[in-house]
Ligand binder design. Sequence first.
Ligand SMILES: NC(=O)c1ccc[n+]([C@@H]2O[C@H](COP(=O)([O-])OP(=O)(O)OC[C@H]3O[C@@H](n4cnc5c(N)ncnc54)[C@H](O)[C@@H]3O)[C@@H](O)[C@H]2O)c1
Length: 258
Amino acid sequence: MPYSGFSLDGKVALVTGAARGIGAALAAGLAEAGANVAVSDMTTRLELARDTQSRVEAAGVKSATYPLDVLDINSISPVIGRIVDDFGKLDILINNAGIRIRKPALEVTEADWDATLDTNLKGLFFCAQAAARPMIAQGWGRIINIGSQFSAVGSVDRAPYIASKHGVAGLTRALAAEWAQFGVTVNAIGPGPTETPGMLAADDRTPEQVQADLDYRMPLGRRMQPHELTGAALYLASPAANATTGHLLLVDGGWTAL
Ligand SMILES: NC(=O)c1ccc[n+]([C@@H]2O[C@H](COP(=O)([O-])OP(=O)(O)OC[C@H]3O[C@@H](n4cnc5c(N)ncnc54)[C@H](O)[C@@H]3O)[C@@H](O)[C@H]2O)c1
């Protein structure tokens, strides 16, 4: 008999920042594993988010698109309430929305700091809190926070980003400790460099400089593609991971192995 531990048949997932990049790939991957998927992003990206919805629906599951800006803390609970009404429940949250700012620490402004921490850490926390309520009520839930290899190690020119992503690792452990008793696991994925619109826009180096850096830092020797994170998300979202909580699963091409 085939192992059924990875099936997400009948589950309902919400992905934040799902219009493009890693969020779009994870939404499609969850759908291919059988989950119905609520797609969300900022209002300015809703058209793109509807493309993700089409990818999800192509897998034969239910989908809908919701405006959800994680900086608008007061809007998070009402949007999650609508999703629970529309889909009947919420089982899985992929807390993916995030931004990056690359500049030397001496040039970081208060606005840079606030934008990064408010999106990557504060918004992520309040999405987890709002999603946990219906999950705790039903006694089962999966919260998967998208961290980074910079949840585990440092680097130059990314101080607020690295602070936010280390915060994601710590918050993941704190929430895991509180919510395991309710059947809700909280884990993080730490992607390494992954080719997405956001990462390409933030990188002004030449292809030669990028390759030299990857040769030096990343045993895989290339940037990853967003779909290469799908397996990690499916594992953490699935019944197979019932006993895995508070974990940072690095999928970083070996970046942190060096
Ligand atoms: N690409 C990489 O190399 C890489 C590496 C490590 C971690 N990550 C993390 O993966 C996640 C996705 O990154 P990506 O590379 O796909 O980026 P991306 O910029 O291509 O996509 C990010 C998505 O998040 C959305 N978003 C941004 N601010 C938002 C807000 N306030 N509310 C709702 N949505 C918002 C954007 O509209 C966009 O659709 C981020 O948390 C990022 O830090 C990416």
